[in-house]
Design a protein around this ligand. Structure first.
Ligand code: KIV
Length: 262
């Protein structure tokens, strides 16, 4: 088992796992200093490309962004999302996961569970591809947002799904939008770490979409805490630049190039 993955597994029950998403090098370079896991998420579909869901992101899109992110990563575990359709059957999943790993040199792939595709995880792990699972609200398979695990029956179903994903060989699992009761029970019963998004502090770690927590995306459900209002910072800077250009305050002699100086 890879050292980086062992490190994540060893954190369970000891210290919280910090994860965020990245789609490009400059952000990844900052995240790498603090995060245990950096995810190239298919959330880029909404956040970067302005799609209404995550379905239209291609393997090529994900690989392109993962290549950029990889250039900013030195120590974190780099996980890349498998786009919808790219793991529709075992053969396709292994072929595409190998393409992602070989081209981007990432450490692992993540795929969403539809409560049926456990054998795909098993097949990937058998091919020595580390896999992160994803249960609860899974945007590739569910259209309408719904909190997951709000009945005992629902909680037991989620627990069974999580245990099967663990058995198939996943090294960790994202719990998206689960009730605190569900995330507590699942985290307690799994040996592998749970990474929560909108699933309370009961998980072994947390992940957020970076653009959301930076106040850049315009998507702020209750589970997102805005740690900055970057949209305002950027707008202020753009406004100032606009004024300077119009008033001929930029560029000044300070910005002129002399000879071969750059
Ligand atoms: O695509 C993504 O960013 C994700 C996280 C929300 C876990 O899957």
């Amino acid at each position: 088992m890879k050292k980086k993955i062992k490190k994540i597994l060893n954190k369970k029950g000891k210290s919280k796992i910090v994860s965020l998403t990245a789609y490009s090098k400059n952000i990844a370079k900052i995240l790498d200093k603090y995060c245990d896991i950096v995810l190239v998420g298919d959330s880029m579909a909404n956040v970067l490309y302005g799609h209404k869901d995550t379905h239209k992101i291609s393997l090529q899109n994900i690989i392109q962004h993962a290549l950029s992110v990889k250039r900013g990563i030195k120590k974190s575990l780099l996980v890349v999302d498998m786009p919808k359709g790219s793991y529709a059957n075992k053969k396709l999943a292994v072929k595409n996961a190998k393409i992602i790993i070989n081209l981007t040199k990432c450490d692992a792939v993540k795929l969403e569970s539809n409560n049926k595709n456990f054998s795909i995880i098993y097949e990937l792990v058998k091919a020595k591809i580390p896999v992160m699972g994803h249960i609860g609200f899974t945007p590739q398979f569910q259209k309408k947002f719904k909190i997951q695990g709000d009945s005992m029956n629902g909680i037991n179903k989620l627990l069974k799904e999580a245990l099967t994903i663990q058995k198939a060989g996943a090294f960790s699992i994202v719990l998206e939008c689960l009730t605190p009761k569900a995330s507590k029970l699942i985290t307690k019963n799994l040996k592998i770490p749970t990474i929560g998004i909108g699933s309370s502090s009961n998980c072994d770690g947390q992940i957020l979409v970076t653009d959301d927590m930076l106040g850049m995306s315009g998507f702020y459900p209750k589970f997102v805490k805005k740690y900055a209002l970057l949209n305002r910072v950027i707008e202020k800077a753009v406004k100032k630049y606009t004024r300077d250009v119009k008033l001929k305050k930029f560029p000044t002699t300070k910005n002129f190039l002399n000879g071969r100086e750059y």
